[in-house]
Design a protein around this ligand. Structure first.
Ligand code: DGY
Length: 318
């Protein structure tokens, strides 16, 4: 695929970038002269850009697509594809690929990790030790166990199911709300998200973001979780009404939260920084060596397949 012109707007996984550079005609926007506007860069290179490699931090919107008349494929280094204007891609006949499956375990691991970190207040305990304190000298109270809790999962797709399996191993009971109402043995389905939240201890958001799931965790859901409930979000920031989440946490109307994703990435709400019942990580669900390598290989494999007119490995399938 040496002749395939590929656009990278920002630095990404180092191995992916190195392989793109080796195997294709790579256009790196950030190597343009400092201050060069994107539209100027695109005008200069549009004739040869047939592919864009993106990730959730760098959207592929209608303006970008319109500026690239030769664009044939958007290959995303992610499973979630809400940062790509899919309607525009469909209209132009542009193919879209993502990286499903290979990241499922890592994201599910993080969901469980965040649940335990919030309930057992691991970061707070770590801060005590680093500050040369011991728990008896601080205000460290007894924590709450994860084992045996009622875990509710919003979105029982690949990742949601992997979270459920892990939680089951901790002796948790599982309930869920999902697009598909197909019953899952031993898991309780709730058609209503408020009811789901009212009947669990830990609510884990694992669905994909679309018009129906935007702000699916609203104030009513947060209130249903209540002062003993914990919210874990490994989906997308926009699944949650963030200002309402922040005020519920600050006012102690919600028990705690573990967040990997935020509405305005790369920023997390500063009002949460001083709270001990909150664990914040910077959208790292799939960030392990093993998974990022597998995701990069899928992106490369999809581009190779596209360039040689073979079936795509992981076409995005809605
Ligand atoms: C993805 O790949 O969409 C997720 O954001 C990983 O955390």
């Amino acid at each position: 695929m040496e002749s395939l012109g590929v656009l990278l707007l920002h630095p990404m996984n180092a191995y992916l970038e190195q392989e793109l550079d080796r195997r294709c005609r790579l256009h790196r926007f950030w190597e343009a002269p400092p201050g060069a506007p994107l539209d100027e860069f695109l005008r200069a290179h549009a004739g040869s850009i047939r592919a864009v490699v993106s990730n959730p931090a760098y959207g592929v919107d209608a303006a970008l697509i319109d500026a690239l008349p030769e664009l044939e494929i958007v290959a995303s280094f992610s499973v979630g594809i809400d940062h790509v204007d899919l309607a525009k891609c469909r209209e132009r006949g542009i193919r879209v690929t993502n990286t499903p499956d290979v990241l499922t375990d890592d994201v599910a691991d993080l969901a469980v990790g965040l649940s335990i970190a919030v309930l057992r207040r691991i970061p707070q305990a770590d801060r005590y030790v680093r500050a040369g304190q011991w728990k008896a000298k601080g205000d460290y109270a007894l924590t709450t166990r994860f084992s045996g809790k009622r875990v509710a999962i919003l979105g029982l797709g690949r990742i949601g199911l992997a979270v459920a399996k892990r939680a089951e191993a901790f002796g948790c009971s599982i309930s869920y709300h999902s697009r598909s109402e197909k019953p899952v043995p031993n898991y309780k389905f709730y058609a209503n998200v408020v009811d789901l939240a009212a009947n669990c201890d830990v609510l884990i958001v694992a669905c994909s973001l679309n018009a129906e799931t935007y702000h699916i965790v609203n104030r009513e859901v947060i209130d249903a979780l209540g002062p003993e409930g914990v919210l874990i979000n490994i989906g997308r920031g926009a699944h949650v009404d963030e200002p309402e989440l922040v005020s519920a946490l600050v006012e102690k109307q919600l028990g705690g939260a573990g967040l990997d994703v935020y509405e305005n990435e790369p920023f997390a709400p500063e009002q949460l920084f001083g709270l001990d019942n909150v664990v914040l990580v910077p959208h790292v669900g799939s960030d392990t060596e093993e998974t990022c390598r597998a995701m990069a290989d899928l992106v490369l494999g999809n581009l190779e397949a596209h360039a040689s007119n073979k079936p795509l490995l992981t076409p995005f399938s809605g």
